[in-house]
Design a protein around this ligand. Sequence first.
Ligand code: NAD
Ligand code: UDP
Length: 315
Amino acid sequence: MEKSVLITGAAGFIGSHLCERFLEDEWVVIALDNFLTGRQSNINHLLSHKNFSFVKCNVNDSIQCEQNVAVVLHFACPASPVDYLKYPLETMKVGSIGTFNTIEFAKKHNARYILASTSEVYGDPLQHPQTESYWGNVNPVGPRSVYDEAKRFSEAIAMSYFREYQLDVRITRIFNTYGPRMKSQDGRVIPNFINQALNNTPITVYGDGQQTRSFCFVSDLVEGIFRLATCHNLQGEIINLGNPDEYTISDLVSVIQQEISTSSPTVYKELPEDDPRKRKPNIQKAIDLLNWSPQVDFRDGLKKTIDYFRSYSSS
Ligand code: NAD
Ligand code: UDP
């Protein structure tokens, strides 16, 4: 296979790490982003790399890439609840029009197509842990539906291209991922709690803190995506990627307070509408098909993320 890849959402948190992973393996990387929620600073260090090129464009308008590519990764999409509630229509468009544009581009180039989907397709799950065969429990008209339903629609598009055109489509349902290059104002729970603890401002627990999430360090996730994109014979597969290590949000406060000495009090705020009560991936399929499982211990990953926010706020 020719080692060339088009990555949308490349200036985002996960996209920028993905670019690095493919460059490390000597792929030619064409990176697209419109900076809606991403940042130029996430990719500045890659701009001088001989195999890296960046095009600022909105993938809902057109896919600005003249080159032939072997693999397309569609990662463009606001991912933090704060971001997608701020940009509801952009989120729906990038899941629908952006998915059509990128998958048509893949079809034209006969390229493999990797779709970034999400554990949010399971909604507030009635099955725990969540396996890929679970259809989910999503409110189709609630505020989160702009994200959940757009991702469900993009999965449906991808599977239609697989059935209609035998396009080599693979879908990953990504569970909560954290690490360096998240924005301090991102709104997701780990950057929020770390920055609140570092700044000695109140740690904001939504609801009673008994809801759970399972957190995956970004290098582990990126390795799983790289394997999904490069392994043979995975056409039409849908694979959960995440770390099954499950924490309540209250547990997370304690872990962060142990890692950062802080005078921040904990304050309780209203639980956002339709906030899932629990979430944990079943990753047996990723173990079997990708020979992948997370390697980074939660406290080690947190330390790296804390160091990042410390150095970022002092630079
Ligand atoms: P992010 O917001 O940091 O990155 C998304 C990137 O997409 C940004 O750089 C943004 O500018 C870009 N983008 C958005 N709309 C665009 C458009 N129309 N044209 C071009 N670029 C556009 O988010 P992230 O956490 O890096 O998430 C990346 C992908 O992974 C998303 O598809 C998201 O749904 C998925 N995902 C992430 C997580 C997670 O925990 N981080 C969990 C599940 C799924
Ligand atoms: N959360 C919280 N305080 C915050 C941010 C988030 O208690 O400052 C909670 C949120 O209500 C959810 C969990 O942490 O139950 C994870 O939220 P996040 O936005 O990181 O991701 P989600 O899994 O909801 O997409």
